[in-house]
Design a protein around this ligand. Structure first.
Ligand code: ATP
Length: 228
């Protein structure tokens, strides 16, 4: 009996990724390979400066790489396929990037690009705000008046509204207070549990958080995988 899932390629995979600082030629990632299966919760660990952000940004195709390749569902992404890739693999930075405007304008941002295939799902946005105990009126709030924690929660709502398969979370709660961290984790977990094929890579210096939220770990040291 053939089970198609047995042979399914990883949802995202880095193979021998090399990244160098173009100014100094210093090697930041020296041939890193890792894979994330559909539905997986992968923890990416390592000391400060070990290369976690650099690796996540490379996997998200946000930075050029000097060697190796990134595969999505087993295929290298050609330039023309990058907009589609960005709908499926979303990188969430430690510091939320909000534009000047309302929360609604910020949530709508991914749907304003020429490559967007649809508009913002307004009802879904309101539902997600509800998970955060906020109502529709938040959509009209000036994003610049939000606290850092609220901005990060809105950044997660925005990522979820894109409806990706994978979210790459780069120390997303490092600057949040415990209450906002709880909300962030709850919203992320609700998103993931709603579809067994959804995956994340979560980096954190909080060992308890990594234990709570991930089932497999990869450790980086000095730009190389040392464990996992
Ligand atoms: N764009 C860049 N150009 C040059 N050097 C960079 C760049 N981005 C990161 N680095 C360097 O690469 C190394 C790895 O940085 P990175 O931010 O990936 O580490 P990290 O493991 O995410 O650290 P932290 O836990 O502190 O966030 C560091 O020495 C950093 O200074």
């Amino acid at each position: 009996m053939n089970d198609p899932d047995v042979l399914a390629p990883p949802v995202i995979e880095g193979v021998g990724i090399v990244r160098r600082d173009s100014k100094t030629n210093r090697t930041l990632l020296s041939g890193v390979s890792l894979h994330v299966d559909a539905g997986e919760s992968l923890g990416l660990e390592g000391a400060s400066g070990s290369g976690k952000s650099t690796l996540l940004r490379a996997l998200a195709l946000l930075d050029p790489i000097e060697g190796g390749e990134v595969r999505y569902l087993g295929k290298v992404i050609q330039k023309s396929a990058v907009p589609g890739f960005r709908r499926n693999v979303v990188y969430l930075a430690q510091r939320p990037s909000m534009v000047v405007g309302t929360v609604l304008q910020n949530l709508s941002l991914p749907f304003t690009f020429a490559s967007a295939e649809r508009g913002l799902d307004h009802a879904a946005a309101v539902e997600l705000l509800g998970v955060l105990d906020r109502d529709e009126s938040m959509l009209d709030q000036d994003a610049m008046t939000l606290s850092g924690g609220e901005q990060q929660l809105i950044a997660l709502v925005r990522a979820i509204l894109v409806d990706p398969d994978v979210i790459l979370l780069d120390e997303p709660t490092a600057s949040l207070d415990p209450a906002s961290t709880d909300r962030f984790e709850q919203l992320a977990t609700t998103w993931k549990r709603a579809d067994a094929r959804r995956s994340w890579v979560w980096t954190s210096h909080d060992a308890d958080q990594v234990d709570r939220l991930t089932s497999r770990r990869v450790r980086l040291a000095d730009g190389s995988v040392v464990d996992g």
